[in-house]
Design a protein around this ligand. Sequence first.
Ligand SMILES: [Fe+2]
Length: 249
Amino acid sequence: MIDIHSHILPCVDDGASSWVIAVEMVVAAAKDGIRHIVATPHSNAQFRYDRSAFADRLLELRKRVNVPIELSLGCDFNFSLDNVQAALDDWRQFCIGSGPYLLVEFSDYGIPPNADTTLRRLIRCGVRPIITHPERNPFLRSKPDMLYSMVGMGCLVQVTANSITGFWGKEARRTCWGLLARGLVTAVATDAHDLTRRPPIMSAARDAIHSKFGKDIAEALCSTIPNAIVEGKPIPDIPSLRTLREAGG
Ligand SMILES: [Fe+2]
């Protein structure tokens, strides 16, 4: 499996709080069957994003871990005015690896009325936005058409592994399964912050998706599509997902 959203870089945000914990998180992920983690520190009003400092830190983490796992860099990009302006100036500093995929997180309290226009501007620049955990955002949950419209313009959707299994509550879980049933989920990721409360574990979610929708879809959302994302390649067409989308309207 490939995890495109994880706060494993130590002491840069509210994720791993030490090098020891960061290393243990990587080991736990490898044990769970994850073979590539994208480190995605926050870029928001609380945490400043510094790509070159984070790249150095990632190199250091790679030296300290002794398990077969790949690590790359991305960003948990808050959809704020400042961030959007910085991305319009130089979006590559926030994207996953050297590809066009950008994790976009909306505020829980509201989405700017011109969000559509801004997303379209980013897309025109070459960015492929991935809307992160819409199932955990009460505002997006209350306005599903807003998410459908973003998907319609080319945005992708990432849900959190432990939303699928119920950690974030009934509403988040129900929304996840609804999005999965409509074929609207592009990738599952952990959004791991620590070892216990929000751990780097994907297998439980993958197995739950496997039970409900079959192996093809579980593999597509946890491995095949995330692999294309970390490699910066186009999203592969998965016939079983397409069938769900077409049936969902
Ligand atoms: Fe995150």
